[in-house]
Design a protein. Structure first.
Lengths: 137, 111
């Protein structure tokens, strides 16, 4: 691209290879954070396919759910869970930076905001788990 | 529908909302549907998903993180300098999220 630009001498083009993100641990973490969204999306697509099985009746639904207990799917879900938790933690950090929490004049420490978010995540998770157990019979 | 100067805030808003949904709601659902239900720790006949309040919840849970993925994936693939053409990539990413949203709405409506 840069070769055909008439004013290329005036432009600064930093050399970036497709492996730039492997050069520093922080860059790798950044890439892992970005790729976490793919694993979250893949899990949700599988979940949607599982829900679709319900149109064939509860037996088809249960059979599909049972198939997910195979080793390959267990590994996929472990990876997806780790990525999803990594997304949660990094999301809480990012939002603490983008939207700093203030009480009066004082700025609430970033670590505390992240901690509070993690607490909310834990409470929300327990509530969903309890509802799921309670509503299913 | 490609993200240009005018549609950017819309995609960013969906990205952000999807990020919140994914951060707070997705981990427990992976535990439930990735482990608890497949291994029979919790029985799930699927009867719950015929109720409309649950359907609306599931729509939010599934659809919004798809836009979160689309936004991140588009910019990540650009950042990775793989030489992929920008516009088709944007259409592919955001288009997939839209297709996913329609599919989710359809599946939930026929349950």
């Amino acid at each position: 691209m840069s070769e055909i630009r008439p004013d290329k001498s005036k432009l600064y083009h930093p050399k970036m290879t497709s492996t730039w993100w492997l050069k520093r641990p922080n860059y790798v973490l950044f890439m892992l954070r970005e790729w976490s969204s793919l694993f979250i999306a893949l899990f949700l697509v599988v979940f949607l396919i599982q829900l679709h099985q319900l149109t064939y009746g509860p037996d088809a639904y249960r059979a599909f759910a049972h198939r997910l207990s195979s080793p390959g799917w267990v590994i996929f879900h472990i990876v997806a869970l780790l990525f999803s938790l990594y997304h949660s933690v990094t999301w809480f950090y990012s939002s603490a930076i983008v939207m700093p929490l203030r009480i009066g004049e004082r700025l609430v420490p970033r670590q505390l905001v992240v901690g509070l978010n993690l607490l909310v995540l834990a409470v929300v998770s327990i509530v969903i788990l309890a509802l799921f157990i309670k509503l299913h019979g | 529908m490609t993200p240009g100067k005018t549609s950017e805030p819309l995609w960013w808003g969906l990205f952000s909302a999807g990020g919140v949904v994914a951060a707070f709601l997705v981990p427990i659902h992976i535990v439930l549907f990735g482990f608890a239900v497949p291994f029979g720790w919790i029985a799930d006949s699927g009867a719950l998903y015929h109720h409309w309040p649950v359907k609306i919840y599931l729509f939010v849970l599934i659809a919004l993180p798809l836009y979160h993925w689309a936004h991140r994936f588009y910019f990540t693939l650009n950042d990775m300098r793989l030489g992929l053409p920008r516009k088709p990539l944007a259409i592919l990413c955001y288009g997939s999220a839209i297709v996913g949203t329609v599919a989710t709405a359809w599946v939930l409506s026929v349950l």
